[in-house]
Write a protein that binds this ligand. Structure first.
Ligand SMILES: [Zn+2]
Length: 131
């Protein structure tokens, strides 16, 4: 496993072609959180541990952002994706929003660009590879 130096890179893990995220799971109530945290936001327990997600999820909701930070070069697609009990916000896709329920796979890609260069982070692509 290699930690990638990107936006949110401390939470991204890559093993070959497989990309996963680090989440926190609470031992007391089984709640799961992303980004990882030291205290459960549901029951306030500190009996938590970090673990990796799988590399696939399902789109909960998705939209095309047409007015956003210049670094992200709108329009771009943002989606809430359910992965192993957490709902994460992810960039990814081109043109159109994903339909709810679309199976997606995690990857790493360029989410924007500044004068300093590309902004890399985790991204999603449809499982069928269409987008
Ligand atoms: Zn808890």
């Amino acid at each position: 496993m290699t930690t990638v130096e990107t936006v949110g890179g401390e939470w991204i893990r890559r093993d070959g072609d497989n990309v996963t995220l680090t989440i926190t799971r609470c031992h007391a109530c089984d709640a799961r959180w992303f980004p990882p945290r030291d205290v459960c936001s549901h029951c306030a327990s500190t009996d938590v541990h970090d673990e990796p997600t799988g590399d696939r999820g399902v789109v909960y909701a998705s939209t095309v952002v047409r007015a956003g930070p210049a670094a992200y070069r709108p329009p771009y697609v943002l989606s809430y994706v359910d992965i192993d009990g957490v709902r994460v916000l992810a960039h990814g896709g081109t043109g159109e929003a994903f339909a709810p329920g679309t199976p997606v796979r995690l990857g790493i890609g360029e989410i924007g660009r500044t004068d300093a260069g590309p902004l890399m982070s985790y991204v999603i692509t449809a499982e069928d590879g269409a987008r």
